[in-house]
Design a protein around this ligand. Structure first.
Ligand code: GAP
Length: 548
C-alpha cells in the first residue's frame, strides 16, 4: 500500500481519536511523550469492552481456564529464570555520522550494486556531514543539493567510494547489510544489545550514594571494572516492570492448579499492563512503551502441542473476526524456524492488514516446557503435574508425572483497539434531512464493543422531554447498559456526533412521545428509524446487543 494511503487513513483515525476522545497523546500540554498514550472518555470504554469480551470468552465461558491478576513488579529472579534479563534485547546501532540510533533488524537493506546516497535534511547538514566523512574516513563525497553521492554496495560485506565514472573504488569499507533509516548512511557502529525492560529500585536504598562512594574508593579501576561494580550495586535492589503478563502464570502455576483442583489440560489467563523500553515506537498505539496485553498459558500433555496450537490459533482468529466489519483483513502466518523465540517450537502470528500492510496483532506460540522447567530449576519448586489416570510412557507404570507443555495465545489489547478503530472507520455519502447528498464519518464499532450503547436524545429541552429521556437513561444503567443523555445541539448534529463515537442506537424523545408513549430508535449503520413504545426500548436494545 502506498505511503500516501497509509498516512491518510492513519491520520484520519488519529485525528478522530483525539476529537472524539478515544486516544490522546500522553502529556500533550508539555509537548507530548512519544511512546505513551492516554485513553480518553470513549477510549477507556472501548478498551474495557475489548478486554471484558476477551475475559468472557477466555475465562468465564470455559471450564478449563481460570484467571489471575498478578503484580506488575515481580521478584527480579523471575526475569533471570525466564531469560528476559539476558536475552530480551534489541540489536542497536549508531550512525557514526548523524548519531542516529536505530534497530538493526528494522533498518533498510540495500542490495549488492545499489547506490548509497546519504540524504540530509538540508544543504547545511549535507556540508557538515561531508566534512565529518572527510575527517573520519578520508573520502570526499560529491554533494548535490542536500544529497551526498559516491557510495555503492560492492558485495554482501563491502561498500566502496567511487569517483565520477570510475569502475574501481577509491576506498572500501565493511558493509553491514543495512543503512540508517533516516539518512541512508552505511557508516555504522557495531551492534549492541539493549535490554527492553524498565528497571527501578525497590526499598529504602540510596543507590546513588552507594555508587558515589564506590567510585571514590575505586578510582584506579578501568571503565569496564567500574561498570561491573556499579551494576552489582544496582542489581541488589533492582526490580523490573513486567515486559509481558505471561510469567506470573508460570510462577503461580502450582497455586492456581491446586487451589482450583485443575486437571491438565487447563489454562491460566491474565490481562493488564506491560512495559517495554521500545527503541522504535511506531504507528500511533501499535507499538508503545506502555501497553496492555491479554494472555493465556494453556498447560497440556507433552506431545499434544501441535493439535492444541492449531485449536487455539483457530479460536483466537474466530474471536478477532467476530467483532470485525472486514474479517478478510485478518490472516495468520506461521513463523519460520529462524524467527522463533528461544522458548518456542512453533508459532503463528495472527495478522491484520493495517494501512502499512499486514503486521502482528497476536502471537499464538507453542512454548514447550521451557518456562516451567526454568522456574523449577531457579526456584527449587516442583512445577510438575501428576496424572493418576495415565501410564508413564517411559516406565509403563500407572501414574505419570511430567512438566506440562504450554500453548500461549498472547494478544495486544491496545493493539486490538487500534485494529477495531481502523476496521470501524467509514466515510459515507448519505442523504441529509432535505434529501441532499452529504458526507458522514461513522465508526461502525461492534455494538458490544461500542463505548456508548445507546444515546437518549430529547428533541427539545422543554415540555417534559428531558425528564422522560433521563428516566429512560436510568433504566438502561440499572440493566448494566452504558447509555448517554445528550441534549446539546440540533438533532442532526447529535446523530453525526454519535455516528463518530460509534454509538449503535440513538433514541429520540419527541412531541409524539408525550401523546402516545412512542419514541424513535435510529440505527447507526442503516440510519433507519423505527418507532417503538418507550416501554419496549430496554428489551429492544438488550435483544440487539445479545444478537450482535
Ligand atoms: N508472552 C509473549 C509475548 O509477550 P509478544 O509477541 O511479545 O509475546 C504479544 O507480545 C502481543 O502483545 C503482540 O502480538 C502485540 O499485540 C502486543 N505487544 C507487544 N509489544 C507491544 C508494544 N510495544 N506496544 C503495543 N503492543 C505490543
Amino acid at each position: 500500500m502506498s505511503d500516501k494511503k497509509t498516512s491518510s487513513k492513519m491520520e484520519k483515525v488519529i485525528s478522530l481519536s483525539k476529537q472524539r476522545g478515544f486516544v490522546f497523546q500522553s502529556s500533550e500540554i508539555y509537548g507530548g511523550l512519544k511512546s505513551a498514550y492516554d485513553y480518553g472518555p470513549l477510549g477507556v470504554e472501548l478498551k474495557r469492552n475489548i478486554m471484558n469480551e476477551w475475559w468472557r470468552t477466555m475465562v468465564h465461558e470455559r471450564e478449563d481456564v481460570i484467571g489471575i491478576d498478578a503484580s506488575i513488579i515481580m521478584h527480579s529472579k523471575v526475569w533471570n529464570a525466564s531469560g528476559h534479563l539476558a536475552g530480551f534485547s534489541d540489536p542497536l546501532v549508531d550512525c557514526l555520522i548523524s548519531k542516529e540510533r536505530f534497530r538493526a533488524d528494522k533498518a533498510p537493506t540495500p542490495n549488492v550494486g545499489d547506490l548509497l546516497p546519504i540524504n540530509c535534511l538540508d544543504k547545511g547538514q549535507a556540508k557538515d556531514y561531508q566534512k565529518t566523512i572527510l575527517t573520519r574516513f578520508n573520502i570526499e563525497l560529491k554533494r548535490e543539493g542536500k544529497t551526498l553521492n559516491g557510495l555503492k554496495v560492492i558485495d554482501e560485506s563491502t561498500f566502496g567510494f567511487f569517483q565520477e565514472d570510475n569502475k574501481e573504488p577509491i576506498e572500501t569499507f565493511d558493509y553491514k547489510g543495512y543503512v540508517s533509516p533516516t539518512f541512508g548512511s552505511p557508516f555504522l557502529s557495531d551492534e549492541r544489545k539493549f535490554n527492553l525492560m524498565f528497571r527501578s529500585q525497590i526499598g529504602p536504598v540510596d543507590v546513588l550514594g552507594e555508587i558515589t562512594s564506590y567510585i571514590e574508593k575505586n578510582n584506579k579501576l578501568n571503565g569496564t571494572e567500574l561498570r561491573k561494580g556499579i551494576e552489582d550495586i544496582i542489581d541488589k535492589s533492582a526490580v523490573y516492570l513486567r515486559p509481558e503478563t505471561a510469567q506470573a502464570m508460570f510462577v503461580q502455576f502450582l497455586n492456581c492448579q491446586q487451589s482450583m483442583s485443575m486437571k491438565v489440560p487447563f489454562g491460566i489467563a491474565q490481562m493488564g499492563k506491560s512495559f517495554r523500553n521500545e527503541i522504535t515506537v511506531e504507528h500511533f498505539i501499535f507499538r508503545s512503551c506502555e501497553f496492555e496485553q491479554m494472555e493465556m498459558e494453556f498447560f497440556i500433555e507433552p506431545g499434544s502441542q501441535k493439535e492444541w496450537l492449531n485449536y487455539w490459533r483457530d479460536r483466537r482468529m474466530d474471536w478477532w473476526k467476530s467483532f470485525a466489519n472486514h474479517p478478510e483483513k485478518f490472516r495468520y502466518r506461521s513463523h519460520e524456524k529462524n524467527e522463533l523465540a528461544h522458548y518456542a517450537d512453533a508459532c503463528y502470528d495472527i495478522e491484520y492488514e493495517y494501512p502499512w500492510g499486514f503486521d502482528e496483532l497476536e502471537g499464538v506460540a507453542s512454548r514447550t516446557d521451557y518456562d516451567l522447567k526454568k522456574h523449577a530449576e531457579h526456584s527449587g519448586a516442583k512445577l510438575s503435574y501428576f496424572d493418576q489416570q495415565k501410564q508413564d510412557p517411559e516406565t509403563g507404570k500407572n501414574g505419570w508425572r511430567y512438566t506440562p507443555y504450554v500453548i500461549e495465545p498472547a494478544a495486544g489489547a491496545t493493539r486490538g483497539l487500534l485494529v477495531y478503530l481502523l476496521d470501524a472507520y467509514h466515510e459515507e455519502t448519505v442523504p441529509d434531512a432535505d434529501g441532499k447528498e452529504s458526507s458522514r464519518i461513522v465508526m461502525k464499532l461492534h455494538p458490544r464493543l461500542a463505548p456508548i450503547k445507546v444515546a437518549v436524545l430529547p428533541l427539545v429541552k422543554k415540555d417534559g422531554l428531558p425528564e422522560i429521556a433521563r428516566e429512560m437513561v436510568n433504566k438502561f444503567f440499572k440493566a448494566g447498559i452504558n447509555a448517554r443523555y445528550d441534549e446539546q445541539h440540533s438533532i442532526g448534529k447529535r446523530y453525526r456526533r454519535h455516528d463518530e463515537a460509534g454509538t449503535p442506537y440513538c433514541i429520540t424523545i419527541d412531541g409524539q412521545t408525550r401523546e402516545d408513549g412512542t419514541v424513535t430508535i435510529r440505527d447507526r449503520d442503516t440510519m433507519k428509524q423505527n418507532r417503538v413504545s418507550q416501554n419496549d426500548t430496554l428489551q429492544f436494545i438488550q435483544k440487539k446487543l445479545m444478537e450482535a
